[in-house]
Design a protein around this ligand. Structure first.
Ligand code: GLU
Length: 419
C-alpha cells in the first residue's frame, strides 16, 4: 500500500525550500513578506446526498497563493489525505512552477478530503458540483483556473465547467483546463505532464552525458504522469524495470512491457499480477538498482529514512514534493541529480496555459504545435535552471526556486502595494 508518510508537513517543506532559496538569492525581508504566504485561503463544507440516502459532509479547500503574475492556476485533488496545509503547499509550488516556465499565471490549488475510489460516479458528480458552487466566488478564467490533479480528470473538469457556466448563463470554457476536447480542451493536455517529465530527463541525460537509450528506470506511481512518462521512456529505448501504484509494485530487470502494462492498468485498475514481472515491496522500489528514479505519486516519498537506499543517478520528480529537505541533503551528498518538481512536472500546467489561450481565442491548435511549443518551454526552462545551478553551485531545487521566486519577486516589486 502506497500511502503518504506523516513524517513531514508539506507546507513546512514548502516554507523551508522557500527560505533556502530566498537566503541563497539574498532576497530582502519586505519582498519575502509579500510573496511567501497565500493571498487567499478558503475552506468549504460540501454536503452530498450519498447513494444510500444519507448525507455525508466533505471538507474542501481552494487556496490562491499568488496572483502577482496572472490568475491563480492549479489543480484540484480528491484524496483521503488532503489537508489544508497540503493544499497550501501545493498552491505555493504552483506559483514558483508557473514562474519557472514563465507562463503568465500565479499559483493556486484545491482539494476535497474524500476517497474517490469508494464513491460512485453519481456521488462524485454531486460532490464536484457542490464543491464548485462553494468555491465559485474565487474561480473564473481571469481569476483562478482549476485543473486536474491526483484522482481528478477531464470528467471532473467538465462538471466544474458546466456548474460554473450554468450559474453565469452561458458556456465559459476558460474557467478550467484539462477539459475533454469536445468542451474546449487542448490536444496533448492529457499527456502533457508525462511528456514534460520526459523532455527534462532528456535534458538531464544530455547534461550528464548519460544515454537514455538502455537506461534502467523505476517509476513510483502509475497514474497520468507516471504512465505517460513510462511510455515515452519505453519508446526512447529505456528499460522500465519497476513500477508501482497504490495497490502494489512490480519488477522485471529486463524491462516491463509498458504498452501492455498500461492496457492492463486501464482495464483492471492495478499493476500487480502483470505477466513477466515479480512483486516487490513498495519500499523496495525507491532503492531498486536503476539509473533514473521517477517518483510520480504523492509527497514525502523519499525521506531521510530511505534516501540513503537510492541508487539512481537521476531523480525526476513527476509528483509534487516527493523528496523531503532531509532527503535532498542525502541525495546531494550521493551526487544524485534531482530534477525538481516545479521544473520536472511543469509540462501539465504549460499545456493548461495553451488550453486557456485557445479557449480565450476560440481558436484551436494542432497536436504537433502543442508538442513543439511544450518541448521548447521545457527545454528552455531546464537550461535556465541549469545555468543558475552551475553558476551558483547550488542544488537544482534551489536553482529552480531562485528562478521562480525571483520572477514573482520582480512582479510584486514593480506592482508595489495597494493601496
Ligand atoms: N495539477 C497539475 C500540477 O500540479 C496541473 C495544474 C494545472 O494544469 O493547472 O502541476
Amino acid at each position: 500500500m502506497l500511502t503518504k508518510e506523516s513524517t513531514g508537513n508539506a507546507y513546512d517543506v514548502a516554507m523551508e525550500n522557500f527560505e533556502a532559496a530566498a537566503n541563497t538569492m539574498g532576497l530582502d525581508e519586505d519582498t519575502r513578506q509579500m510573496i511567501k504566504c497565500p493571498e487567499r485561503v478558503l475552506t468549504v463544507s460540501v454536503p452530498v446526498r450519498m447513494d444510500d440516502g444519507h448525507i455525508h459532509r466533505f471538507e474542501g479547500y481552494r487556496v490562491q497563493h499568488s496572483t502577482a503574475r496572472g490568475p491563480a492556476k492549479g489543480g484540484i485533488r480528491f484524496h483521503p489525505q488532503v489537508t489544508l496545509d497540503e493544499v497550501k503547499a501545493l498552491a505555493t509550488w504552483m506559483t514558483w512552477k508557473c514562474a519557472v516556465v514563465n507562463i503568465p499565471f500565479g499559483g493556486g490549488k484545491g482539494g476535497v478530503t474524500c476517497d474517490p475510489k469508494h464513491m460512485s460516479r453519481g456521488e462524485l458528480e454531486r460532490m464536484t458540483r457542490r464543491y464548485t458552487s462553494a468555491i465559485l466566488p474565487l474561480i473564473g478564467p481571469e481569476q483562478d483556473i482549476p485543473a486536474p490533479d491526483v484522482y481528478t480528470n477531464s470528467q471532473t473538469m467538465a462538471w466544474i465547467m458546466d456548474t460554473y457556466s450554468m450559474t453565469k448563463g452561458y458556456s465559459i470554457a476558460g474557467v478550467v483546463t484539462g477539459k475533454p476536447i469536445s468542451l474546449g480542451g487542448s490536444l496533448g493536455r492529457n499527456e502533457a505532464t508525462g511528456r514534460g517529465v520526459f523532455y527534462t530527463v532528456e535534458c538531464a541525460c544530455d547534461h550528464l552525458k548519460m544515454p537514455l537509450k538502455g537506461a534502467a528506470i523505476a517509476v513510483q506511481g502509475f497514474g497520468n504522469a507516471g504512465s505517460v512518462a513510462a511510455q515515452l521512456f519505453h519508446e526512447a529505448g529505456a528499460k522500465i524495470v519497476a513500477v508501482s501504484d497504490s495497490t502494489g509494485s512490480i519488477y522485471n530487470r529486463n524491462g516491463l512491457n509498458i504498452p501492455e502494462l498500461i492496457q492492463m492498468k486501464t482495464m483492471c485498475g492495478h499493476v500487480e499480477g502483470f505477466p513477466e514481472s515479480e512483486p516487490i515491496l513498495p519500499h523496495e522500489l525507491i532503492g531498486i538498482d536503476c539509473d533514473i528514479l521517477v517518483p510520480a505519486a504523492l509527497e514525502n516519498m523519499i525521506r531521510e529514512d530511505n534516501a540513503g537506499t537510492v541508487k539512481a543517478r537521476i531523480v525526476a520528480e513527476a509528483a509534487n514534493g516527493p523528496v523531503t529537505p532531509g532527503a535532498d541533503r542525502i541525495l546531494e551528498s550521493k551526487g544524485c541529480f534531482v530534477i525538481p518538481d516545479i521544473l520536472c512536472n511543469a509540462g501539465g500546467v504549460t499545456v493548461s496555459y495553451f488550453e486557456w489561450v485557445q479557449d480565450e481565442q476560440h481558436l484551436f491548435w494542432e497536436a504537433q504545435d502543442i508538442y513543439k511549443r511544450l518541448e521548447r518551454v521545457m527545454k528552455t526552462s531546464f537550461r535556465d535552471v541549469l545555468k543558475i545551478h552551475m553558476e551558483r553551485k547550488t542544488p537544482m531545487r534551489i536553482a529552480a526556486n531562485i528562478l521562480g521566486i525571483g520572477r514573482v519577486a520582480e512582479a510584486v516589486q514593480i506592482r508595489g502595494i495597494y493601496p
